[in-house]
Design a protein around this ligand. Structure first.
Ligand code: NAD
Length: 489
């Protein structure tokens, strides 16, 4: 069984108190790794190492040197792509085809992009009404960044913390989700081999309450980038008050995916299915509320149900499998619970709704992809983030009603619109209250594209060039060039 250690100051090590826990394969309930359970002392040691790296070798490097290291690490991750794909599948339960085709190439692609923008910190000269002085601005790294990631895309989302933090010259203490710790450890090997100075990247595995909270409140940590649930995001905002720590928060979602009668039917049905099911619905931006114009509601629901019923749910390591396991027993119980509550509140199960009947899957946490029809936006399954393969279908009459339903949520991460009317597409894109709007597509991400969360889906902007500046702080400099003494007498 693989042993996952902490990575502090360039060395793999045990937790200070020697504690460990098991990482479980959700496809069969068996342990796949023994993981060091970091504690407060380990986090503090990592923060000290990160501070020293920032003030030492790492902080002294040029943007070109940083670029070489990031690009080198991307090559090394790519060279071990098969191993990374297996680790993601063993930890998360996602199909090996998805880990291989999406998670690993996306992580490598993003890291390569971050390697290409290490010199993006371009400031401004500012026109001031004094010819004897100049005013200019600088973008500088924070110093020590704390990165905290969820379990749904461990490698990819880890790279979205480590990549921009290092590209901009910060050092980072990174905490992967406790249940998906494996890939971050191998990432450390790749960065070390690529020449990253000790202490610039530290990884602490362990429980959020201890590792996460110690990290957020450590006085050396100047900025925290957190991706996870809205509830934990709220807790992080509270904790950030202690040291007035800068925060970037990417939180939960309950995205509407809106299909108008004028949509291309096949494109819309495919968009509804893919919008829901990337990573088995365990995706922050998943289009989990399917809003369908009444005239095509029954046809769209039948089309979606047919596609869901045809999907192969199975062993995530089998290349034939299209949908794997739910990440944990806790998450599985939550998903099953919401399907039941949906039925109690009057929804009809039009597809799925149960665990698969294959006895070989009995020891894992599997759920058939589920479509609930006859839903209203007020049902708990329509309001809450279920984070699983559960789609609620809600009918609407016209554009105004579609917008009212779509925006009637505390979340604001993403929205989808399927229509062939370009004017309607633009109107909807402007009126939808979410950081991302997809038109006639869904779940697309590119390194260059920002990914802001509105409302309770987050603060700030991550990803893309705008997101890169989230990892830097702004400084203004006023310099006298007149040689005249300053003063008023
Ligand atoms: P979570 O909030 O439970 O955990 C996220 C991370 O925070 C984990 O590493 C966890 O150990 C840590 N954590 C837990 N309690 C903590 C605390 N008190 N202090 C500091 N850290 C703590 O989320 P999850 O269940 O791992 O992931 C699912 C959630 O993530 C969903 O809500 C999903 O929408 C969200 N998510 C958002 C985005 C986005 O870009 N907006 C992307 C992926 C996932």
């Amino acid at each position: 069984m693989r042993e996952i250690k902490l990575f502090i100051d360039g060395e793999f090590c045990d937790a200070a108190d020697g504690a460990t826990y098991a990482s479980i394969n959700p496809a069969n309930g068996l342990a796949v790794a023994t993981v060091a359970e970091g504690g407060a002392e380990d986090v503090r040691r990592a923060c000290v190492a990160a501070q020293q790296a920032f003030e030492g070798d790492w902080g002294a490097m040029t943007s070109a040197e940083r670029s070489d290291i990031l690009a080198g690490a991307a090559d090394l991750i790519e060279a071990r792509a098969e191993e990374f794909a297996q680790l993601e599948t063993l930890d998360v339960g996602k199909p090996i085809t998805e880990s291989t085709a999406i998670d690993v190439p996306a992580a490598v692609g993003y890291l390569r992009w971050y390697a290409s923008v290490t010199d993006a910190a371009v400031g401004e000269t500012i026109d001031i009404p004094n010819p004897g002085q100049v005013d200019f601005s600088l973008w500088e790294p924070y110093g020590v960044v704390g990165g905290i990631a969820p379990w749904n895309f461990p490698l990819f989302l880890g790279m979205l913390k480590i990549g921009p933090a290092l590209a901009t010259g910060n050092s980072i203490v990174f905490k992967p989700a406790s249940i998906t710790p494996q890939s971050a450890s191998v990432v450390c090997e790749c960065f070390a081999e690529a020449g990253l100075p000790a202490g610039a990247l530290n990884v602490i595995t362990g429980p959020g309450r201890v590792v996460g909270e110690t990290l957020v409140t450590d006085p050396r940590v100047q900025m925290v980038s957190f991706t996870g649930s809205t509830d934990v995001g709220r807790r992080i905002i509270e904790m950030s008050a202690q040291n007035i720590t800068n925060l970037s928060l990417e939180l939960g979602g309950k995205s509407p995916n809106i299909i108008f009668e004028d949509a291309d039917f096949d494109q819309a049905v495919a968009g509804a299915v893919f919008g829901l099911l990337l990573n088995n619905g365990q995706n922050c931006i998943a289009g989990t509320r399917l809003l369908v114009q009444r005239g095509i509601y029954d046809d769209v629901c039948s089309g979606v149900a047919e596609k869901l019923d045809a999907l192969v749910v199975g062993d995530p390591m089998d290349p034939q499998t299209q949908l794997g396991a739910i990440v944990s027993e806790e998450q599985f119980e939550k998903v099953i619970g919401y399907i039941g509550w949906g039925e109690e509140e009057g929804a009809t199960v039009a597809a799925g709704g149960a665990v698969p009947d294959d006895p070989e899957l009995a020891d894992g946490w599997f759920v058939r992809p589920t479509l609930l029809t006859g839903c209203t936006n007020a049902m708990s399954v329509s309001c809450d983030e279920v984070f699983g393969p559960v789609l609620v279908a809600i009918p609407f009459e016209d554009e105004a009603e579609a917008l009212a339903i779509a925006n009637d949520t505390p979340y604001g991460l993403g929205s989808g619109v399927f229509t062939t009317d370009a004017d309607r597409a633009r109107r909807m894109a402007r009126a939808l209250q979410s950081g991302t709007v997809y038109v006639n597509t869904f779940n697309q991400v590119y390194p260059q594209s920002p990914f802001p969360g509105w409302k309770q889906s987050g603060t700030g902007v991550e990803r893309g060039m705008r997101g890169l500046f989230t990892y830097m702080r702004y400084k203004n400099v006023i310099q006298d060039i007149s040689g005249e003494p300053i003063g008023w007498f």
